[in-house]
Design a binder for this molecule. Structure first.
Ligand code: MSP
Length: 511
């Protein structure tokens, strides 16, 4: 059965320094949803990229002694390489310095001018360059003699300049109606409540241009104003679908976006400003914004400015990418912050990957290779213990689609690892090695069921640990086009004899 089209995005990254674990986390969870949807027969478009304009990037380029575009070319490449290292399955990588993006931003701007939602005035207030965000006076505090935002902790400066404004205040009521009608537009619900509270407290018009620097997209027909970097950046989600060409196949197939995966620090931009811009321009808003929590290091957000970074590339080199992907998904619970450490990473690799799923595959494959000439026949005698395992498996799989559709990756991973534990237990209890001499038929049956379980677990784990599961599915001789989730609707993966290939060790135990 063909599923619906699914357009998923990561935030586009500021190329202002080395990629860190927070970037890796946003990307990996988005990739898991994209892969899951593809495996569930949906047509998927998965986008990532770099957000290259604004004062923050201009400052970083100056510090590096480079022209901003040359600087961005260099660092954007680092992020593009990161997508490979993280094994992301993105269909496109957009840069906001590309022509297709300029066309799209210019068009959106003109539409907002035409609709009367943008006017010229003067901005007086607080601005944080590191967040590229404006803050109200009641969001400012003083720390060590410096003004900071109470929302992000970043330092802010007082800005007074001519500016175009977007009439955000006019959209307050319509946004609240939109949240009401689309009760899963923002997930998890704690974030939705936060946004609704903020909107209800009153929205001020938003400054959408700057005049004190030049690195950005100029306001059309104006040589003084640079478009505010968030209005520019958010539009990337449209540019990648060839907007403003609304008759383009990509745009028709994939807009409105199904899911923007973002960190909670950039929720306001995605859940308030973005739908307001789109509604004002008469473009349908996205269907879902999922705001994940932060990766913490000793209770603080992991970030360059705090100097508490665990480098994802070093971890991948030492432990492997599947290991990092699995650990981040398991450790950080749904929408909450998660404290990560090497010690926990190692114990997660050992307990779930090496001793549980890895061991299950290894023991079944090597037993079949050594005792059954690498093939098992299907027999029809289903025993009570077989039935018990199959029923328990069904109980764990029945909600998996909805867990994914609600971005609840923790519940998903827990259910699948439970199926793996149950299958290991089934083999321990059934002891197929004792049946070698006098009950080959029963032994075959047990092994057939074990391989069916391994295939299911591998397909279910495939979005999270694509490398290891692909090795297993290859060794099971399952064609790529058959590695899908139709078994969740009750069918079996194998209907006949199964021939297997050799399987190398999947996960080395960390000692
Ligand atoms: N450029 C903007 C996004 C524009 S989208 C139209 C941006 N870039 S970023 O590079 O600073 O952050 C990218 C993503 O990484 C954000 O979703 C952010 O929340 C996430 N993380 C950055 N540090 C993080 C942690 N320590 N933990 C988890 N994710 C955090 O924001």
């Amino acid at each position: 059965m063909k599923g619906a089209n699914f357009y998923i995005t990561t935030p586009i990254y500021y190329p202002s320094g080395e990629p860190h674990m927070g970037h890796a986390y946003s990307s990996i969870i988005a990739d898991v949803f994209a892969r899951f949807k593809r495996n569930d027969n949906c047509k998927v478009f998965f986008l990532t990229g770099t957000d290259e304009h604004g004062l923050k990037i201009q400052n970083a380029a100056e510090k590096a002694g480079l022209d901003p575009l040359i600087y961005c070319d260099k660092i954007s490449k680092v992020f593009r390489e990161l997508t490979k290292k993280l094994n992301l399955s993105n269909d496109d990588f957009i840069r906001t310095t590309e022509k297709r993006h300029y066309d799209s931003v210019n068009n959106l701007w003109n539409k907002l001018i035409k609709s009367g939602d943008i006017y010229l005035s003067k901005y007086k207030g607080w601005y944080s360059v590191s967040d590229e965000a404006y803050y109200n006076s009641d969001e400012i505090a003083e720390k060590n003699g410096k003004k900071i935002s109470t929302f992000s902790g970043s330092s802010v400066e007082w800005v007074e300049e001519d500016s175009f404004f977007f009439k955000l205040s006019a959209w307050e009521k319509k946004l609240l109606e939109f949240y009401e009608k689309n009760d899963k537009f923002i997930l998890p619900s704690s974030r939705r409540n936060e946004v609704i509270k903020f909107v209800k407290s009153g929205l001020k018009d938003l400054s959408v241009s700057r005049t004190s620097f030049t690195w950005g997209i100029m306001v059309p027909n104006n040589n003084k104003h640079v478009i505010y970097v968030w209005l520019d950046a958010l539009t990337n989600y449209l540019s990648a679908l060839n907007y403003p060409n609304v008759n383009d196949k990509l745009y028709k197939d994939f807009w409105p976006a199904s899911l923007h995966v973002i960190g909670k620090d950039i929720l306001r931009f995605h859940a308030i400003y973005w739908p307001a811009f789109l509604l004002a321009a008469d473009i349908p808003p996205p269907k879902r914004v999922f705001g994940h929590g932060w990766i913490l290091s000793g209770d603080e957000k992991m970030s360059k400015s705090k100097g508490n970074i665990l480098n994802p590339l070093e971890i991948i080199n030492t432990y492997g990418i599947d290991q990092l992907r699995y650990y981040l998904i398991k450790e950080v619970s749904h929408g909450s912050d998660g404290n990560i450490s090497l010690k926990n990473l190692e114990s997660c690799i050992n307990s779930d990957l090496a001793n549980n799923y890895g061991n299950l595959c290894q023991r079944v494959f090597s037993f079949i290779k050594n005792n059954c000439e690498s093939k098992v026949n299907k027999t029809k005698n289903i025993t009570d213990s077989d039935k018990k395992l199959l029923n328990q498996t069904e109980a764990f799989t029945k909600d998996l689609r909805s867990e994914m559709n609600n971005q609840n990756l923790n519940n998903y991973i827990k259910s699948v690892i439970n199926i793996s534990s149950l299958t290991n237990k089934y083999i321990n209890d059934e002891e197929p090695w004792k049946l070698k001499k006098n009950n080959i038929k029963k032994m075959n049956n047990i092994l057939h069921i074990a391989l069916e379980q391994i295939a299911k677990i591998s397909i279910l784990f495939n979005p999270i640990i694509p490398n290891a599961t692909s090795k297993v599915l290859d060794a099971l001789n399952i064609e790529p086009e058959l590695r899908n989730l139709s078994f969740l609707d009750g069918s079996n993966i194998f209907t006949n004899e199964i021939k297997i290939k050799e399987l190398d060790i999947l996960f080395k135990k960390i000692t």
